[in-house]
Design a protein around this ligand. Structure first.
Ligand code: ADP
Length: 175
């Protein structure tokens, strides 16, 4: 059985990620989505548990996709999971250099793990979680870029953050 690992931070999962993982699930018997558990708190908008839950909900209709958190080196996690393939998504030209460097470094650590890059669909070429968060924060439309449950989680989290920043500033505000 060929097991593939699709690793990332998925903060939050977008339709670009979902397109890649669905296509990978047709190529490999099992796909493990590895959600990177950041060592430093506060570097992601969502906690690891939230990121895992959102991805799980989005792929609950595909039985050969498993979503699990992981810490440490991605290739080591791949080996532990019995994954001989690591799937990555490539957008336009922006991802190539970084992915190429990572693949070379990973090959040096775990030569048995092969990297398979899938080209992003045209409509998601310019979609990234970080840009999505920026647009959502400024009130832009993101409904066509993420599943509905991610859109509401994102809106709720950003409102909560804005409220806490507002209440923190209020005492010092002078008009
Ligand atoms: P990172 O690994 O930098 O934290 P992500 O978690 O967002 O980034 O992405 C995980 C993987 O999904 C990477 O291979 C990334 O290139 C890919 N990816 C991200 N967004 C898209 C997209 N819109 N289309 C295709 N692949 C994507």
């Amino acid at each position: 059985m060929t097991v593939a690992l699709y690793p990332g931070s998925f903060d939050p999962v977008t339709k670009g990620h979902l397109d890649i993982v669905r296509r990978a699930s047709r190529l490999f018997e099992k796909v493990i989505v590895g959600v990177y558990d950041m060592p430093a708190k506060g570097r992601t908008l969502f906690t690891t548990e939230e990121r895992v839950d959102m991805f799980r909900q989005a792929t609950s209709d595909t039985p050969n996709i498993d979503v699990v958190p992981y810490k440490g080196l991605t290739v080591t996690f791949a080996r532990e999971q019995g994954a001989m393939v690591m799937v990555r998504g490539l957008r336009a030209s922006s991802d190539f250099e970084y992915e190429f460097e990572m693949a070379m470094m990973n090959r040096n650590i775990e030569p048995q793990v092969e990297v398979v890059c899938l080209m992003s669909r045209l409509d998601y070429q310019f979609l990234s979680s970080s840009l999505l968060k920026e647009v959502a924060q400024l009130g832009g439309v993101i409904g066509n870029l993420v599943p509905a449950h991610v859109e509401s989680a994102l809106t709720e989290r950003l409102h909560k953050l804005q409220r806490s920043v507002g209440s923190f500033r209020e005492p010092g505000l002078k008009e």
